[in-house]
Design a protein around this ligand. Structure first.
Ligand SMILES: Nc1ncnc2c1ncn2[C@@H]1O[C@H](COP(=O)(O)OP(=O)(O)OP(=O)(O)O)[C@@H](O)[C@H]1O
Ligand SMILES: [Mg+2]
Length: 275
């Protein structure tokens, strides 16, 4: 399957997803190109996580299809999907590490799920190499509780790349990090794309990060793709919803809700230290 410019690695066709009566994705079609970084943006709750979970079939559509290369995958059994998933690395929202496992054990975890380990020396070397990529070689025996938020994200990233995936999905990789740590993650994403030629899909609210790493930015709104193009296309997009989102402006609907909610008590303006 070919997309506009390059080879398609993932594609969705007429994807619709509902939860109960709530329509989250409304007949979305999308092709992800090999070796490119595609960033998905959009307001909280608009379906970004739901969309990327369909790409790895952690969710199944109500209607529509999902393809990995030319193979339809949304209708595969779990055991068939396990084979397909070895091509993916993913860093989910919250980047959850297993608290009871050391950093090294966390990184080995996905390898153990898919392979029988024959040489521990090789595994040790692999863990060392992956941790070095995220600047954390030497932290093998630490436990997640003793790492900072940024270090935990980087370990989760090392785990995501443990099996040299062709595709990496990142859900909010920079959320909760300070600007410097966020930029370290941006640089890592760029480096992985450059050095491992991975196809990258990133969900983010962080427009600085989006502009820095994206070959293509897709904005979701009301279950549809509201904008799709490179950073300049998005910056100059005429749709007010896109401009409000990228400039962090409150829309008319949100303002109407605020007006309706009456006087806000002073207690809600206590400084963060008092929360
Ligand atoms: N398993 C589920 N069951 C029911 N509803 C769900 C489920 N997962 C997601 N939803 C709903 O689907 C909608 C989209 O959720 P999603 O997590 O994709 O939002 P998002 O765009 O990733 O938001 P955020 O930026 O806050 O992470 C929300 O209304 C959410 O409540
Ligand atoms: Mg989300």
């Amino acid at each position: 399957m070919q997309s506009r410019d390059g080879e398609a690695v993932l594609s969705v066709k007429n994807l619709t997803k509902r939860f109960g009566s709530k329509l989250v994705l409304d007949n979305i079609s999308l092709t992800i190109e090999k070796g490119k970084t595609t960033v998905v943006i959009g307001p909280s709750g608009c379906g970004k996580t739901v969309l990327i979970k369909h790409l790895i079939v952690l969710l199944r559509p109500n209607s529509g299809e999902v393809y990995f290369k030319d193979r339809r995958i949304d209708n595969l059994r779990e055991d068939e999907l396990n084979g397909i998933r070895t091509h993916y690395g993913f860093l989910f929202q919250g980047g959850a590490l297993f608290d009871s496992l050391s950093v090294a054990e966390n990184i080995i975890f996905p390898i153990r799920q898919h392979y029988t380990i024959s040489s521990w020396k090789e595994v040790e070397e692999l863990v060392k190499a992956k941790l070095a990529m995220v600047g954390l070689d030497g932290y093998q025996n630490y436990y997640p509780a003793n790492l900072s938020g940024g270090q935990r994200k980087r370990v989760a990233l090392a785990r995501a790349i443990a099996m040299n995936p062709e595709i990496i999905l990142y859900d909010e990789p920079t959320t909760g990090l300070d600007p410097i740590r966020s930029d370290v993650i941006n640089e890592l994403i760029l480096k992985l794309q450059r050095e491992l030629k991975v196809t990258t899909i990133v969900v983010t609210h962080d427009m600085t990060s989006a502009y820095k790493i994206a070959n293509r930015i897709i904005m979701l709104h009301n279950g549809k793709i509201a904008a799709d193009g490179d950073a300049d296309h998005i910056r100059n997009h005429p749709h007010p919803v896109v401009q409000q989102f990228i400039n962090g402006q409150v829309g008319d609907d949100d303002l109407a809700v605020l007006r309706m909610s009456g006087t806000i008590s002073q207690a809600q303006f206590l400084p963060r230290d008092f929360e």
